[in-house]
Design a protein around this ligand. Structure first.
Ligand SMILES: *[C@@H]1O[C@H](CO)[C@@H](O)[C@H](O)[C@H]1NC(C)=O
Ligand SMILES: *[C@@H]1O[C@H](CO)[C@@H](O)[C@H](O)[C@H]1NC(C)=O
Ligand SMILES: *[C@@H]1O[C@H](CO)[C@@H](O)[C@H](O)[C@H]1NC(C)=O
Ligand SMILES: *[C@@H]1O[C@H](CO)[C@@H](O)[C@H](O)[C@H]1NC(C)=O
Ligand SMILES: *[C@@H]1O[C@H](CO)[C@@H](O)[C@H](O)[C@H]1NC(C)=O
Ligand SMILES: *[C@@H]1O[C@H](CO)[C@@H](O)[C@H](O)[C@H]1NC(C)=O
Ligand SMILES: *[C@@H]1O[C@H](CO)[C@@H](O)[C@H](O)[C@H]1NC(C)=O
Ligand SMILES: *[C@@H]1O[C@H](CO)[C@@H](O)[C@H](O)[C@H]1NC(C)=O
Ligand SMILES: *[C@@H]1O[C@H](CO)[C@@H](O)[C@H](O)[C@H]1NC(C)=O
Ligand SMILES: *[C@@H]1O[C@H](CO)[C@@H](O)[C@H](O)[C@H]1NC(C)=O
Ligand SMILES: *[C@@H]1O[C@H](CO)[C@@H](O)[C@H](O)[C@H]1NC(C)=O
Ligand SMILES: *[C@@H]1O[C@H](CO)[C@@H](O)[C@H](O)[C@H]1NC(C)=O
Length: 347
């Protein structure tokens, strides 16, 4: 009994010495939080070696720590990233993850995580990348995620999220990427999201939205890609001519009505997909002369009148193909001489 106690004391003393050879250990609250995170996960393929030693010092799989931030040195190491993509992990995300407050990257992409997103993630104010794509996460999006002032990229595409997009997301002032396609997100797109000053990619296709497409979204100053294909949207198409950086607009497979706005889109636009809606009226003359255009899909609507010469002003030597899809409308003819250059594919 006495010798066992002595042995324990020696080994404790030894690990103390080993740890101090490196100078620092992980903050105790973060060690505890990591243990709760581990308990909530199922690691069928034994990819996580989170059993021995200190998380940062013993290099636990996927736990990336900072080492000595000068000026901000509380004497402990802090977890800066959880890099746990593609590890066949199932189980859930523990709420205690919210205690890893120095984390900038949370990456659980391409696992089989289920359960919902803990609202406590909203406490990780340094968080820059929240990457949860390709899991089986359900439940709704917590309002608290709108409290992440440093979030630039929010990816949760290919999950099973339901419920609405919170209004609070309009506070994510640094957000550039919302990748939320292929979920079951429902309800109206909050018009206040137009306040997002840096949002570039807004991918919400293949969800279960309803209501109209807020015209305010066309005021997002940095918007480049808007993908709302197959989202059950109604109402008319906003005027995106003010969206100066627009490259890619996909509003296909909705129930949009009315006519297509006639003002000129950004000269950099490559893709316009408005097919499979209930659009009427004519194809805007301003769709011709968009020099970067590669695809214009308008099929399966109720468009009428004549088709403008879309390839007007395009360089005769361009290499990119221009694909035009106009089937199943009430269009009369192609205006001007119907003699498309070789790069045009008319369907
Ligand atoms: C942990 O990683 C650091 C840096 O890569 C290395 O110097 C150290 O030897 C590793 N420690 C262990 C216990 O693997
Ligand atoms: C965990 O695995 C990594 C390699 O993936 C290794 O560097 C580290 O020493 C291991 N840590 C423990 C505690 O086994
Ligand atoms: C994940 O599981 C697949 C089989 O389901 C296996 O082939 C692969 O090696 C596993 N990868 C890891 C990192 O565990
Ligand atoms: C973390 O978030 C939860 C719920 O959002 C909140 O109740 C709690 O007070 C927060 N904890 C800290 C330490 O901020
Ligand atoms: C996160 O944002 C807050 C408030 O905007 C700021 O004080 C802090 O320095 C930022 N942290 C990081 C890691 O950028
Ligand atoms: C989403 O959840 C439903 C039931 O809640 C389930 O039937 C379906 O398989 C899930 N989808 C995925 C991709 O896991
Ligand atoms: C996804 O989670 C639901 C419960 O939320 C479960 O019924 C389903 O089997 C899970 N699917 C996969 C592929 O893990
Ligand atoms: C997203 O959902 C659509 C419609 O269900 C499906 O056709 C598409 O393959 C999905 N995308 C991925 C990457 O699975
Ligand atoms: C989509 O929303 C409707 C109600 O608007 C609901 O009845 C339906 O179950 C939802 N479908 C999915 C896949 O979530
Ligand atoms: C179009 O793209 C070029 C670079 O590819 C960029 O310099 C220019 O500002 C863009 N124009 C608009 C209106 O976004
Ligand atoms: C084309 O767009 C410009 C600028 O957006 C607009 O002033 C003009 O009226 C449009 N032309 C037609 C024929 O609609
Ligand atoms: C196109 O259809 C509208 C009704 O939707 C009709 O008022 C208009 O005259 C038609 N225009 C042409 C050129 O056929």
């Amino acid at each position: 009994m006495a010798s066992l106690g002595c042995l324990c004391w020696v080994s404790l003393c030894f690990s103390f010495l080993v740890v101090h050879a490196d100078g620092q250990v992980t903050h105790p609250e973060e060690v505890w939080a990591l243990k709760q995170v581990r308990r909530a996960l199922t690691d069928r393929y034994k990819n996580l070696n989170w059993t021995k030693g200190d998380p940062c010092v013993s290099n636990w799989t996927g736990v990336i720590c900072n080492h000595l931030l000068p000026g901000d040195d509380d004497g402990y190491l802090h977890v800066q990233e959880l890099r746990l993509l593609n590890m066949n992990l199932s189980g859930m995300l523990a709420p205690e993850m919210g205690l890893l407050i120095h984390m900038t990257i949370l990456n659980f992409m391409w696992n089989q995580i289920s359960g919902s997103i803990p609202k406590e993630i909203g406490n990780i104010t340094d968080l820059n990348l929240l990457l949860l794509s390709g899991n089986n996460i359900s439940g709704s999006l917590p309002d608290e995620l709108g409290n992440l002032p440093n979030l630039t990229k929010f990816q949760l595409d290919l999950n099973n999220i339901s419920g609405p997009l919170p209004n609070s997301f309009a506070n994510l002032n640094k957000a550039k990427h919302f990748h939320m396609n292929n979920n079951s997100i429902s309800g109206q797109i909050p018009p206040v999201l137009y306040k997002l000053p840096l949002l570039m990619h807004f991918l919400l296709d293949n969800n279960n939205l309803s209501g109209y497409l807020p015209p305010e979204l066309a005021n997002m100053p940095k918007l480049e890609i808007l993908s709302l294909r197959n989202c059950n949207l109604q109402g008319s198409i906003p005027d995106f001519s003010k969206t100066k950086n627009l490259l890619y607009l996909d509003l296909s497979f909705n129930q949009l009505t009315g006519t297509i706005p006639t003002n000129r889109l950004s000269d950099n636009v490559t893709t316009i997909k408005l097919s499979n809606n209930n659009l009427a009226g004519t194809i805007p003359v301003n769709f011709s002369g968009l020099s970067s255009l590669q695809k214009l899909s308008l099929e399966n609507n109720f468009l009428n009148g004549s088709v403008p010469t879309i390839w007007q002003n395009m360089s005769a030597t361009r290499i990119d193909r221009l694909i035009l899809e106009f089937q199943n409308n009430n269009l009369s003819d192609i205006s001007g001489s119907f003699n498309p250059p070789p790069y045009v594919n008319l369907r």
